[in-house]
Design a protein. Structure first.
Length: 154
């Protein structure tokens, strides 16, 4: 029984973390989850998928197959995203800044590469966290409304 509860909690925490990462990435890029999982090859969508895949691989320790299923891509695409990420991270300052921002918001770390974040970065992180929490709050309110309706009709 205890093992089952621990396993259920692990699955719940993993799902919660995956949803949190989706919310952060979609908030930063200003796209929906459907757009992020679409087959479009527009740069913003591809970069969102790349950052999602790399963070999911590094922080959540998901397999390439699991990440591929989440964003409707093949596992080989996830491997490709990792390779592209390494190159972009070295050369593209904007990409690097956005990746670090998303990674720091996801892990709730106030520091980035042993440097204190600039005020602009801290403000960006605060806005992203606020947007993410507001959307989560809205989802919880909708769930509570549905639960109340179900209880009243029962």
């Amino acid at each position: 029984m205890l093992t089952k509860i621990i396993t259920m909690n692990k699955i719940y925490d993993e799902t919660k973390s995956i949803n949190k990462l989706f919310r952060i990435v979609t908030n930063v890029f200003g796209i929906s989850k459907q757009e992020m999982t679409s087959k479009t090859r527009k740069r913003a969508y591809v970069e969102a998928k790349t950052m999602f895949a790399v963070i999911a691989r590094q922080k959540l320790l998901l397999s390439t197959v699991e990440i591929g299923e989440l964003i409707k891509r093949d596992h080989s695409s996830i491997i490709h995203y990792s390779k592209v990420h390494k190159d972009l991270y070295k050369v593209d300052k904007t990409y690097k800044r956005m990746f670090n921002l998303i990674s720091n918001v996801f892990t709730d770390q106030p520091f980035m590469a042993d440097k204190i974040l600039s005020i602009d970065d801290k403000l960006s992180i605060a806005h992203i966290k606020l947007d993410t929490l507001e959307k989560e709050n809205e989802q919880l309110r909708e769930a509570m409304t549905l639960i109340k309706e179900a209880v009243l009709t029962y």
